[in-house]
Design a protein around this ligand. Structure first.
Ligand code: BGC
Length: 805
């Protein structure tokens, strides 16, 4: 049984009273993949929900309706800038409204418990305070602009292996002080909804878990809607739990809801409570007659995306090679697949389809107009098929660039057809009659630009056949590993065959996929028609890169992960760069040409050659303007704004928490409070780069710190010659504590931007709660804490005593 509704819904009771039991039961389940049920009789329209959170995809996964692709969560967190997070969310709100979206399914605020976590790129940080501060700014940025935020996934969905079933064992202190803390602050910021996770905590699946009521509702005063993760509602037991909206809908697990109320298995009052909250959400987003929808402020999307990517770029190392002396550069070697085919976002449900992506290669060329830029691939990063570029395909039905997609029923009758402009296609909602289709046929005319054998094929979760000029060349069924249908569907395996092609001679391609049409994802389908990387000799690619580097004044190598490495539904198995990228960097650096490495990954990767290169810039998944941001930072047009939101290890073996796979269905968070830098400090272990670390192009002198009421005032000077950004970080220590404590933990931070020679006073608020530990309640242990202040957890030049009295 759940507690009464908050007072904020009292005025909606008359509307509730006008609803039938059937209407109420319908309203607590989605109408389809992305929308809620409209009830025109009471002036309620459907609400549309959509992923992000790094931009907003909208209800259709469709290249004909593209989205602004902002940097991923880890990049946003690297800015350490709450104002930026607010503006980021405001940009998302403006995208949401443009796409008719009322509720954004984000931010993702699970923690970087382990760098192996598959959705690490999407989450903010290993630190609950940094995550909480940015999460609350994100929530306000969306909701001040009239769009609901949905912080997710409540709670302890910090890794992906067996995510539907894994049971997380976590002690109360770790739960409260680490994993729940960002959700608490997001609710404090006024979140209108929260997403419940797939996993269990202490034996109970989250859509039925008592944590939905306490602390979320009863302690924190949440008055919003708990939206289930997609298909996470398993049974009617989620009804008495504070699980409000089952998505997508209609939810099979609640098909029996009306009867269950009638025969007393479920209380109608539990249903009413949910309905009132859904009506309140509708009122808040302007979906209820008479409730005004706020028009979001206009945003220059690409300009903001560029700024956000700059602010999230972390200069890890610099021997003085950066910023580049652009005028003095004659020849520049740009090397790496990610330089040309940048990864601007991670995989899975967070995917948005950008209209345009700026690659580092193009942006560097544009930024260095006087230099001769030579590009070499160096190493293959891509795995499986990649889409065929639009410029090389013609839709036989229209004669325009693109392809024709036909949907056939069991008798081969065409139900629907559409003309698309991409060969990687996902239907997850939208107009096509997926559930009724048994065969889906893609046809296009492809004109290769080079002669030779290519690896042609498809990726999908369904059996497929590929015809070239009418002849069957490939027929196969993918082997789906694991039980995560979402993973299989959003990141399916590739099947290919070698096909000889001639440059300039068009070939007709037809791919046919058959589908059964049952199960939870019966309305969803994905398929990519594409080309896998050539089986090129790795040594040859490296030799060509070395040759280009040897004759250049500087070599810029862009290394990174690929779409298979960082995604949803599975975790990483190691932290290595895929393919032969490490050999490539070593070989380029060995030429003696000054070498800069740009890392294009959403999570830490191991950089075993770090000591041998001049500079390392971690650019994360920087969104659609990634290339411009990288070029701006390399040339010094912009200051690298980022600081690591997560400790960067030198080797996987050094990482304190690597257990992300359950044993017998259970995953024990046995490290308790000690994740991230807390664990590194406890073990006195040395990472490659510490939490909070990041260089700029100026120098700083840390003057003094003092307490002023509940804040620390820090005086610091930009002692260099360029304007700069600094993140003033305050950590607490309590060496004589009576309870288990981290060696030190982040209690506050603030960004300052300072002109050369200027001295500023940074004020960092530290409410008493930042010192508290959980012991059935929040307790501030009396006595003296040491506050240590500086630019990273490992570099703390200032300290003060802080008495609780
Ligand atoms: C993901 C959520 C996402 C939902 C809808 C789930 O598989 O875990 O983060 O919002 O799908 O796409």
């Amino acid at each position: 049984m759940t507690a009464a509704n908050p007072e904020t819904t009292t005025h909606l009771v008359p509307l509730l009273d006008r609803l039938t039991l059937e209407q109420k039961a319908a309203l607590v389940q989605g109408a389809d993949f992305w929308t809620t049920v409209p009830i025109p009789e009471i002036g309620l329209r459907a609400m549309t929900l959509s992923d992000g959170p790094a931009g907003v995809r909208g209800p259709r996964w469709d290249e004909r309706d593209p989205s602004l692709n902002l940097p991923s969560g880890s990049a946003l967190a690297a800015s350490w800038d709450a104002d930026l997070a607010y503006r980021f969310a405001a940009a998302a709100a403006s995208e949401a409204r443009r796409k008719g979206v009322d509720v954004v399914l984000g931010p993702t605020i699970n923690l970087h418990r382990s760098p192996l976590g598959g959705r690490h790129f999407e989450c903010f940080s290993e630190d609950p305070e940094l995550t909480a501060e940015l999460a609350s700014a994100y929530v306000r940025g969306l909701q001040d602009n009239g769009v609901a935020a949905t912080p997710k996934h409540y709670v302890a969905n910090d890794s992906e292996t067996d995510r539907f079933t894994v049971d997380i064992e976590v002690d109360d202190r770790a739960l409260r002080e680490l994993y729940l803390a960002p959700f608490e602050r997001a609710v404090e910021a006024g979140a209108w909804s929260i997403m419940s996770a797939y996993n269990s905590v202490d034996g109970v699946t989250m859509t039925e878990n008592a944590l939905l009521e306490t602390p979320l509702n009863s302690e924190w005063g949440f008055d919003g809607v708990v939206i289930s993760d997609w298909t996470a509602v398993r049974s009617l037991d989620a009804v008495p739990a504070a699980q409000d909206l089952a998505m997508p809908g209609p939810a099979p697990a609640w098909a029996d809801l009306v009867d269950a109320v009638r025969d007393g298995r479920v209380q109608e009052s539990d249903l009413d409570r949910k309905v009132l909250r859904i009506l309140l959400l509708a009122e808040r987003v302007g979906a209820l007659e008479g409730s005004p929808a706020i028009a979001p402020a206009a945003v220059d999307g690409p300009a903001f995306a560029r700024e956000a990517a700059i602010e999230g770029s972390v200069l890890l190392q610099n021997t003085g090679i950066l910023p580049l002396a652009a005028q003095a550069l004659g020849q520049v070697a740009v090397i790496g697949q990610n330089a040309r085919d940048a990864r601007t976002q991670g995989g899975g449900s967070a995917t948005v389809i950008p209209e345009n992506v700026v690659s580092p290669l193009d942006a560097i060329r544009a930024a260095l107009p006087h230099a001769e830029v030579r590009y070499e691939l160096g190493a293959v990063v891509q795995e499986g098929v990649a889409e065929i570029p639009l410029a090389h395909i013609v839709n036989p039905a229209t004669g325009e660039p693109g392809l024709r997609v036909r949907f056939l029923d069991a008798d081969g009758q065409e139900l629907f057809a559409e003309d698309r402009r991409a060969t990687g296609l996902v239907w997850f909602g939208g107009d096509a009659p997926i559930a009724a289709s048994r065969t889906i046929v893609l046809t296009t005319r492809y004109t290769p630009t080079e002669s030779g054998e290519i690896q042609l094929g498809f990726a999908g979760a369904n059996p497929g056949r590929l015809f070239v000029d009418g002849e069957l060349v490939l027929e196969d069924s993918p082997v789906i590993e694991g039980t995560d249908l979402g993973a299989a569907f959003l990141n399916p395996p590739s099947l290919t065959v070698g096909v000889h092609v001639d440059a300039g001679r068009a070939i007709e391609l037809r791919a046919e996929f058959t589908r059964a049409g049952a199960g939870a994802l019966s309305g969803a389908f994905s398929a990519t028609l594409g080309i896998a990387p050539e089986r090129t000799d790795a040594g040859l690619l490296i030799a060509r890169a070395v040759e280009a580097a040897a004759s250049a004044d500087v070599a810029i190598v862009v290394v990174g992960t690929n779409s298979k490495v960082e995604s949803e539904g599975y975790d990483r198995v190691d932290l290595d760069l895929p393919g032969h990228q490490d050999d490539l960097v070593r070989a380029v650096a060995a030429t003696g040409t000054p070498t800069i490495v740009v890392v294009n990954a959403g999570s830490p990767v191991v950089l075993p050659w770090a000591g041998g290169v001049g500079a390392i810039l971690q650019g994360y998944f920087g969104g659609q303007e990634f290339g411009h941001a990288i070029a701006d930072v390399l040339t010094g047009a912009a200051e690298p704004g980022g600081r690591l939101p997560t400790t960067w290890p030198a080797a996987l073996a050094d990482v304190p928490v690597t257990e992300v796979a359950p044993t017998d269905g259970r995953l024990a968070y046995s490290e308790g409070l000690h994740i991230g830098y807390r664990a590194w400090l406890r073990d006195a272990a040395e990472p490659a780069f510490a939490f909070g670390h990041g260089l700029g192009y100026t120098s700083w002198s840390w003057g003094s710190a003092r307490r002023h009421e509940d804040a620390v005032e820090v005086v610091l000077t930009n002692s260099g010659e360029r304007a700069g950004k600094q993140v003033v970080q305050v950590y607490a220590e309590r060496s004589d504590s009576s309870v288990d404590r981290p060696v030190r933990w982040l209690v506050g931070f603030v960004v300052v931007r300072v002109e050369p020679g200027e001295t500023v006073t940074a004020t960092v608020p530290v409410p008493a709660r930042r010192l508290a530990h959980w012991a059935s309640d929040w307790v501030v242990e009396p006595g003296t804490y040491t506050f240590r202040i500086g630019p990273s957890v490992a570099d703390l030049p200032l300290s003060i005593d802080w008495d609780t009295a």
